[in-house]
Design a protein around this ligand. Structure first.
Ligand code: F6R
Length: 601
């Protein structure tokens, strides 16, 4: 949901720095881009429709040490050059980039228009530089003007602002992420050197090639920096908020595409190791979480999109492996569950980014009922990880493609491990998952990938694809549909195998691709019967299973992973979805209308 990047420091090529860094945030929005920089006491702005990856950083060669940049995912106002950020005040002295939504913008726009302000865009963001300009009529202190502005806007926001008459970069946050990268001469936290500059970004990959030392801005806080020092404070009270410097573990190499054409394929292939990394958890911590689930009076698993499918799979894990019932809800619906929440309830939120607005809201609803929150996250230091009572990391490393792949299998692995711990069989669970990890390594060989590419080429012109599964393969059927829809734009739908005959089977025509996800488990024969029902209506049956059956027109073999079957069955679908997108000429890393981290409701 929009990428924000700002730099202030010793370097005199700040424009180039922010354009380069912004390219690493393109997954957060790719409608349009814009840069504002300050040189010779003047704020200049350049922006356009299109992708930041197509912009040459060398074209930003003005000598300057302060610049901000933005890549947009449109919410208010269409995708036009005028609507791209940064937005400026009437006198062009204030430039602002923004992520979020100003909920009271109509009211503020009317008020400002009556005072003579002229607006050129259709965005809510444009209100902000005008409000700052208005505040600057009564104060010369730029930071004070930004603070006063933040107090007037309602809704979630992350903003970064610069001003012709100030040497400061000012940023504020309420609900949308902002992280500071601290560039020190000496590098490490343990041996801090002289400050060389600060990066302010919506996500860590923006500055990972420059520093791994970060400071987190929390909701309701702002920061002011002159490039040599930084001051954090409470927006409301102005009170100073001291911050720790934290050294994060991600490396630049992990965040790069390497030899792969797309991040999506790179991340799919990383599952050769990432599942094992997810399993690499502290036993005592897993046991503590299992105990919390056992003792809670009502456990709710909550997530959005792909993460919510991991939650649904976990409902089966807990039931089959640990004989334990848990409730599952999409985070966007969870608010309505508040009647069931009490201090003894436990909420397990699952999120790759740790910044998804609906998940954060669900978490806060739970906290306000006094319930405990456990977070299963990938992004270390994310808001969800920090606000939860307890956070467990899936250790997948940076996930850059919009379509979630390795994060899902990491989430499934951690949830499965907790289910085994709950059943008093943690060691057995670990062994199974490590064996599954090595089976994934064998499975993802070049011949296997070629086979899936050929299958994608064969079915890429089809209008619909249906996917069926039972038990934990049912949520994987739903997830398969998400993967295929979002990157290839083919209509795909997932069903519980037995549900098709109650209506959707009417959609099956001669040659309609139907994918059956099957494992060697108690529902194997039922799943097969469902596939046979589809074949009888003309369906072209693609079986994803350890065993081959006559009903299959195509068989994609997967290892027999028993309770971890959901993890191995979803991987060929990820590869298939990738190749469907490529065969149809779509960029799988940048699906239309989507952004990696959904920080608006
Ligand atoms: C689909 C996808 C999304 C995310 C969802 C939640 O491939 O990536 O459905 O799973 O937006 O995001 P996180 O896990 O960051 O909370």
């Amino acid at each position: 949901m929009c990428g924000i990047f700002g730099y202030i420091g010793e370097r005199n090529d700040a424009g180039k720095v922010v354009v380069e860094g912004l390219k690493n945030l393109e997954y957060r929005g790719y409608d349009s881009w814009g840069v504002a920089w300050k040189s010779n006491g003047i704020v200049s702005v350049r922006k356009d429709v299109g992708k930041i990856s197509d912009v040459r950083s060398e074209d930003f060669s003005d000598i300057c040490s302060l610049a901000i940049a933005h890549t947009r995912w449109a919410t208010h106002g269409g995708v036009t050059k005028i609507n791209a950020h940064p937005h400026t005040s009437c006198d062009q002295t204030v430039a602002v980039i923004h992520n979020g939504i100003v909920e009271n913008y109509e009211e503020l726009r009317r008020e400002l228009t009556a005072k003579g302000h002229r607006f050129v865009s259709q965005t809510d963001t444009e209100i902000i530089p005008h409000l700052i300009e208005e505040e600057l009529k009564t104060t010369k202190d730029f930071a004070a003007a930004v603070r006063a502005t933040c107090l007037r806007i309602r809704g979630r926001f992350a903003i970064v602002a610069i001003h012709t008459h100030s040497a400061m970069l000012v940023a504020a946050r309420n609900g949308s992420p902002l992280i500071v990268g601290v560039k020190r001469g000496g590098g490490e936290v343990s041996a801090p050197g002289r400050i060389e500059g600060y990066f302010i970004a919506s996500d860590i990959p923006a500055f990972l090639d420059q520093t791994r030392i970060v400071q987190y801005l929390d909701d309701g806080e702002m920061l002011v920096s002159d490039g040599k020092s930084i001051l954090f404070s409470d927006i409301q009270t102005g009170e100073e908020r001291p911050k720790r410097e934290i050294e994060i573990q991600w490396t630049q190499q992990q965040a790069e595409k390497g030899d792969f054409e797309h991040y999506m394929m790179k991340e799919i292939m990383e599952q050769k190791e990432s599942v094992a990394r997810a399993v690499n958890q502290d036993d005592a911590q897993i046991m503590t979480l299992a105990k919390a689930i056992r003792e809670a009076q009502g456990t709710f698993l909550v997530g959005c999109g792909t993460a919510s499918k991991a939650c649904l799979a976990a409902e089966y894990f807990f039931s089959v492996i640990a004989d334990k019932h848990v409730n599952v809800a999409p985070a966007s619906e969870f608010k309505l569950y508040h009647h069931f929440l009490k201090p003894e309830s436990l909420i397990v939120v699952v999120s790759q980014s740790g910044e998804t607005a609906d998940v954060l809201e669900a978490m806060r609803v739970a906290k306000s009922a006094g319930s405990k929150v456990i977070a299963i996250v990938n992004n270390e230091g994310s808001t969800i990880a920090r606000e939860a009572d307890y956070a467990l990391r899936i250790n997948a490393g940076p996930e850059r493609a919009v379509a979630s792949t390795k994060a899902l299998t990491g989430q499934l692995a951690v949830l499965l491990l907790i289910a085994y711990a709950l059943a008093g069989k943690l060691r057995e669970g670990k062994t199974l998952l490590l064996e599954t990890s090595s089976a994934i390594n064998d499975m993802l060989n070049p011949r296997y990938i070629e086979r899936l590419k050929a299958l994608a080429d064969k079915i890429q012109t089809k209008r619909d694809i249906f996917i069926i599964g039972k038990s934990w393969n049912y949520p994987m059927a739903l997830e398969s549909a998400i993967k295929i829809q979002e990157v290839s734009y083919i209509h795909a739908e997932g069903f519980a195998g037995g549900e098709l005959k109650h209506g959707p089977i009417a959609l099956i025509e001669e040659g309609t691709p139907c994918i059956a996800l099957i494992g060697k488990d108690e529902v194997e024969q039922d799943s097969l019967s469902n596939a046979i029902e589809l074949k009888a209506r003309g369906g072209f049956i693609i079986g994803i299973s350890p065993d081959r059956y006559d009903a299959f027109d195509e068989w994609i073999r997967v290892p027999d992973a028993t309770a971890a079957q959901a993890i191995v069955n979803i991987i060929p679908i990820q590869v298939l979805a990738y190749f469907l997108a490529v065969a149809r000429g779509k960029n799988p890393d940048m699906p239309r209308n989507l952004a990696k981290s959904v920080t608006v409701k």
